[in-house]
Design a protein around this ligand. Structure first.
Ligand SMILES: Cc1ncc(COP(=O)(O)O)c(C=O)c1O
Length: 434
């Protein structure tokens, strides 16, 4: 068979014919431990019959219904979301993925400022290591050189602040003043651009695969929120990768005392069983858009009844099986195993993460943090070697930031499988750096 797709992992045309629990099975019968949960998506694991049945029922009973109308599965999803969203976020817009959701969130922020009469607020601040999606606007907002290639001239120039990267903080690795340093970077961008021209800041509370589970210093987010409030800048938090339990909290921002004006979810919302994303905004934003006559246009396939069915089931499973606290506890176990395996490794700068979003960063030299040359393709080598040993990890980095291996298994993973993952990762790293 000719492979006509765009291969994500070079030179590997893989065909999966079955998936169950934390495992994928190839046509040739090989079993692969899905340490990446697909693209850090499959939070409740594969092969959940009740999700498939709910999708089947919705498809059979009402198939396609225009997004603004209710269906029982849309109602079920909204009811399930009640248990997840903070009380401030009352307005829900359901999309078919993360890019669409971020695009909608950015449009809402711009239109909201317009509705307030703040017509000069046309800029969205972004951060230099980030990923927000595939559309032109979300690619423009992404600090991801590899995915911007060839588009630089057409991408709107959003001003980018430094993403907190404690390991490589210019003051020194994990410096006590790192939070203040990264806050200052944001402050200076806001001042340089003129705060009255800025509509919103879009950011991932814990940077996902672009940086490899970058955890900001504890004083960063509360200070960012204060700064945004002071200047009338909306805070859009992109939790497409981190939302719905991945980091051991319902949402990653809950690790700190902050609340977004607009929260964006995707991936784990339907656990990979259907394309689903969501934009969750405050009542203030909803009312301003409504009274100003600003449309929040639906996508034809937004809030698809079958996708909503999958989302409602997946959210119920997460709660019934207490999988968020499991992600927190097993995340701590995974972090401890990673630390044990790599703490002395000459080519691993650090292991980092929260809950079941963890990463390791490879370097040529551990002291100076010098990276391997791009041409060495270290990430692909590690991912390839691990796949040969039956474990799939998720490649991270942006090219400028590189040699990041992300780990984001389903929350149903057990301790023996965690040990297997870490053992394989250790062998794969050793093989790749040789
Ligand atoms: C943080 C973040 N935002 C947005 C996206 C884009 O979502 P999607 O691929 O569903 O369009 C991703 C995808 O990896 C992501 O990780």
């Amino acid at each position: 068979m000719t492979d006509r797709s765009w291969p994500f992992i070079p030179n590997r045309a893989i065909e999966i014919t079955r998936a169950e629990g934390v495992h994928l099975y190839t046509r040739q019968g090989a079993r692969v431990l899905d340490a990446a949960g697909g693209a850090i998506v499959a939070n409740v694991g594969h092969g959940r019959k009740r999700v498939a049945e709910a999708v089947y029922k919705a498809t059979l009973e009402y198939g396609y219904v225009i997004p603004p109308w209710r269906t029982p599965t849309r109602t079920a999803l909204l009811e399930a979301l009640d248990d997840w969203l903070p009380s401030e976020l009352t307005r829900v817009h359901i999309t078919s993925g993360g890019s669409e959701a971020n695009e909608a969130a950015m449009k809402m922020a711009l239109q909201y400022q317009h509705a307030l009469g703040e017509k000069s607020r046309s800029k969205i601040i972004t951060r230099d290591i980030s990923y927000h999606g595939t559309t032109l606007a979300t690619t423009a907002a992404s600090g991801h050189p590899k995915r911007r290639k060839g588009l630089e001239k057409v991408l709107t120039g959003y001003p980018a602040a430094d993403t907190p990267y404690p390991l490589r903080c210019p003051l020194g690795a994990h410096h006590a003043d790192a939070g203040a340093f990264y806050l200052e970077s944001l402050k200076s961008i806001i001042e340089r651009e003129d705060p009255d021209t800025i509509a919103a800041l879009i950011a991932e509370p814990i940077t996902g695969s672009s940086g490899g589970a970058l955890i900001p210093p504890d004083d960063y987010w509360p200070a960012v929120q204060e700064l945004c409030n002071e200047h009338g800048i909306l805070l859009i938090l992109d939790e497409v990768m981190t939302g719905f339990g991945r980091t051991g909290q319902d949402f990653a921002y809950q690790h700190w005392p902050v609340t977004p004006d607009i929260l964006v979810g995707g991936k784990g919302l339907a656990g990979g069983y259907a394309p689903l994303g969501g934009v969750f905004a405050t009542e203030t934003i909803g009312e301003a858009l409504e009274s100003g006559g600003f449309p929040v246009m639906f996508n034809t396939f937004g809030a698809h009844p079958a996708a909503c069915a999958a989302g409602a089931e997946v959210l119920d499973i997460l709660r019934e099986e207490k999988l968020v606290s499991r992600a927190r506890d097993l995340g701590a176990t995974l972090a401890a195993h990673l630390e044990e395996a790599f703490k002395e490794h000459p080519h691993v700068a650090e292991c980092r993460g929260r809950g079941l979003l963890q990463a390791i960063e490879l370097v040529r030299d551990r002291e100076s943090l010098e990276r391997f040359p791009i041409e060495d393709g270290m990430t692909d080598k590690v991912i390839g070697a691990a796949l040969d040993m039956g474990v799939f990890f998720y490649p991270g980095g942006t090219e400028a930031v590189r040699d990041i291996i992300c780990i984001g298994p389903p929350f149903i993973i057990d301790e023996a499988q965690i040990e297997q993952m870490v053992e394989v990762l250790r062998k794969a790293v050793d093989e790749a750096v040789q």
